[in-house]
Write a protein that binds this ligand. Structure first.
Ligand code: SAH
Length: 421
């Protein structure tokens, strides 16, 4: 059982710098109110002062904790899912494991442990790891966790691969700033709590039609920010809201839509699958934009850059953006997905092999955290993109009506009960 430590959001005990607020107010003074998407992008990923770029925010001492950090079982079950989709894809000779926003690298590390334990299943296949990460701080932490000291930063700043190395299990690993830079080829993509960190636009229904919500300086208190609604439509408000939208307030993550389109194209061309896990809804929620600091809710406009900003993922929007190029499965709840993947059996095995009472207690409580409907079990959802070929029956040759039935495709693990037939 792995215990995970974190060094918190302010590693040197320094106070959050005021420079992000200064940067935003001077920007607004120069060009006017900014969209919520631009606000979120600046606050989270500005290359100098962005929240993700400067902080290690994950873990008990940070701002939030995620499932892969709570229990090793989570990543192990995802490892089994990946192997099962690699088999469902016809066991190709090359397997790229691509993770978007890998955090501390714990999920990838648990997946790779399963790969080495089940090495015989993979046979001759060569596996490589590809990490898409904007944060230099987190990429260093990922490198430490996954490679020990076997990684090196690229010489030039504009190289698509900004770091490369070899994992402790002997696999090549590379780091990229964006998905576009990852080479083509059969790939399984993982995105855990990644889409919720991407910038959203916010729109408000008014008597005059849809208007965009923007961030402006509060005229009463110049060092405070406030939300305003634009008097006339913006490009975003006239293109991103669905014509038949029934809600009064909507959030649209256009950047998430672009990434889904890229994933769908890659999967339909090169085979593979994407597994996306996040909190979210199916096109029903309205105002979900919020901040987290020290595991508490935090006003999104107060001391920007010192807290995580997030919005629920709209899975119906992701499905629409995939636009039939791939099959979309889910969203199913985390509880259903993990139960289908055999989390109960895995817990029993770990408990059987563990005598230490405090570790046993910890195993049980982390299992409860992940699956309990009142905890993470129903708040988080799993969603998958697969090539159409994965679920279609192999074609029967024409004219041979009396042939044996063609084999049914392997069921997709997690979305239905895992079967080993
Ligand atoms: N998957 C991890 C971390 C989630 S936090 C876990 O579940 O524990 C979000 C992760 O996405 C961080 O690693 C963050 O640095 C990264 N990230 C945020 N925005 C990004 C972007 N636009 N491009 C690439 N990575 C991004």
């Amino acid at each position: 059982v792995h215990t995970r430590r974190s060094c918190g959001s302010s590693p040197n005990g320094e106070k959050p710098r005021p420079s992000m607020l200064r940067h935003l107010t001077s920007k607004i003074k120069a060009t006017g109110p900014i969209s919520v998407a631009e606000y979120m992008r600046e606050v989270l990923t500005n290359p100098v002062t962005g929240y993700y770029v400067r902080n290690n925010m994950l873990g008990p001492d940070g701002d939030f904790i995620t499932s892969p950090e709570i229990s090793q079982i989570f990543g192990e079950l995802l490892g089994v899912w990946i192997l099962s989709e690699w088999m469902g894809g016809g066991r190709p000779k090359q397997l790229q494991l691509v993770e978007l926003g890998p955090g501390k690298g714990s999920l990838a590390s648990d997946v790779l442990r399963v790969f080495s334990q089940l090495r015989s299943v993979l046979g001759e296949a060569s596996v490589s790891l590809h990490l898409v990460e904007v944060s230099p701080v987190l990429s260093r932490l990922q490198a430490q966790n996954l490679t020990g000291n076997y990684s090196q930063e690229a010489g030039a700043e504009d190289e698509p691969i900004y770091r490369r190395g070899e994992t402790t299990t002997g696999l090549p690993v590379s780091w990229y700033r964006c998905l576009d830079d990852v080479p083509a080829g059969f790939s399984i993509f993982l995105a855990h709590e990644f889409f919720d960190a991407l910038p959203i636009h916010k729109f408000q229904r008014t008597e005059k039609g849809w208007r965009e919500v923007m961030v402006d300086i509060d005229p009463e208190t110049p060092d405070r920010l406030r939300f305003v609604v634009t008097p006339s439509p913006t490009l975003a408000s006239s293109t991103l809201v669905q014509a038949d939208e029934r809600r009064d307030h909507v959030e649209v993550c256009a950047e998430g839509g672009v990434i889904i389109q890229q994933l769908a194209r890659r999967i339909s061309e090169d085979g593979g699958a994407a597994l996306i896990a996040d909190y979210g809804h199916d096109g029903t929620k309205t105002d979900t934009f919020r901040g987290f600091k020290g595991h508490q809710l935090h006003d999104v406009l107060v001391s920007p850059g010192s807290a995580d900003l997030t919005a629920d993922v709209d899975f119906s929007y992701l499905r629409r953006m995939a636009a039939g190029g791939v099959v979309c499965l889910g969203p199913v709840t985390q509880r259903t997905f993990l139960k289908n993947m055999g989390i109960d059996t895995r817990l029993q095995v770990l408990l059987r092999n563990c005598a230490d009472p405090s570790t046993r207690k910890q195993l049980i409580s982390s299992y409860d955290m992940l699956t309990n409907p009142a905890k993470m079990g129903e708040r988080f959802h799993f969603f998958s993109l697969l090539p159409h070929s994965r679920l279609s029956k192999p074609k029967k040759p024409e004219g041979l009506k009396m042939e044996k039935k063609s084999p049914a495709p392997l069921p997709v693990a997690g979305f239905s009960e895992l079967s080993f037939s």
